[in-house]
Design a protein around this ligand. Sequence first.
Ligand code: FES
Length: 137
Amino acid sequence: MAKFVKVMDSENLPIGKSAIIRIGEKEIALFNYKGKYYAVDNKCPHKGAPLGEGRIEECIVICPNHEWRFKLETGGSLQNPELRTNVYPVRTKGNFLYIGLETDSRTAFGKDPSKLPSNLNFNISTVQQPINPDETL
Ligand code: FES
């Protein structure tokens, strides 16, 4: 079961903005697309460009580097059905946004949610403007 961690005040992420959030070793791109929140790994599975700085069309994030496309809902690649980026559930409670972190053995945080590091370092490094002016998120 995912452990949800509080990441930011939703007022700081209005429709059409994205934020890159550092949680421990992870970097997660969080988007407010048309009033719904989506979180994916910030690092593009191709060559690591920041997906949080990509533009969005039709609920698909487009990597700023070589324009590979990933569905925000599933993380699936449109170019290669075998390829995907991790997606994370997002919840709201009060004014705050929470991201669910994977807690299985393939992640840095280990199997047991209680092993989540107590000194998680949150760093909301950027809040982006939408790059594609034709697309209102
Ligand atoms: S780094 Fe993202 S498409 Fe190449």
